[in-house]
Design a protein around this ligand. Structure first.
Ligand code: ADP
Length: 208
């Protein structure tokens, strides 16, 4: 659901002046009450405003849910992606583990000499190779998940679609590819990115 600018304006007026009658809201906006009827109906039906007979409209405090949805559905991967960390496929498992600590991340993207993505290595992949021994000199290419079995995102992909892909495929992150015809990585979207976005959106709403 998307709130119109006028509906958002009405919420602001009610927040500042509650309880406030429909007539007064209309007066503040320089409109007639009948013009506002459908907006007020939407805002009360969604539970954002509470209409109390003989008292007026009151802000219920429940407004954040549809608004978060509004903001979320307008965001694409490009708006929230972070810089990816890539290493070459010859990198040893030991150096890959060091990179995880150095960059404080959980996933490394593996690239070839043309800087094209060839695989993904996660914490568990590296742990597994440690338990198998010989990890000091073994290249990450031996333990990585390979293309084309990698779930990816694109800059113009809606954030919710990327979140669903992460959840459905049970991975921690998606590499963001330059385009549908390129294997160059330009970013990443991870579970952490999504949690931080949720907090940011909710905080803005609670501060509003
Ligand atoms: P962890 O292993 O630390 O729990 P993940 O859940 O991300 O991290 O990784 C689980 C498995 O999925 C690993 O074998 C990893 O190589 C692979 N993997 C990670 N990200 C992706 C991805 N975007 N697409 C496909 N496979 C992935």
């Amino acid at each position: 659901m998307k709130l119109t600018e006028r509906q958002q304006h009405i919420i602001e007026i009610v927040k500042e002046n509650e309880p406030i009658s429909g007539d007064k809201i209309a007066h503040t906006l320089g409109l007639t009450k009948s013009t506002l009827r459908s907006d007020l109906a939407v805002l009360t039906m969604t539970g954002i405003l509470d209409a109390r007979p003989k008292v007026g409209y009151i802000y219920s405090g429940l407004g954040f849910q549809p608004m978060i949805q509004d903001r979320l559905s307008s965001l694409t991967v490009e708006d929230i992606m972070l810089a990816p960390v890539s290493v070459k496929q010859e990198t040893t498992v030991q150096d890959a583990i060091t990179a995880l600590f150095m960059y404080d991340i959980g996933t490394l993207y593996i690239i070839d000499d043309q800087k094209e993505m060839v695989g993904v290595v996660s914490r568990k992949d590296l742990l597994r190779s440690v338990t198998m021994g010989n990890y000091q000199s073994a290249p990450v290419a031996v333990v990585m998940t390979r293309m084309p079995n990698i779930f990816v995102a694109y800059p113009d992909m809606p954030v919710l679609k990327a979140a669903k892909s992460i959840s459905r495929h049970q991975v921690d992150s998606l590499p963001v590819m330059e385009s549908r015809t390129s294997n160059k990585i330009i970013g990443k979207v991870s579970k952490t990115t999504l949690v931080n976005l949720l907090i940011e959106l909710t905080d803005k709403e609670l501060d509003a």
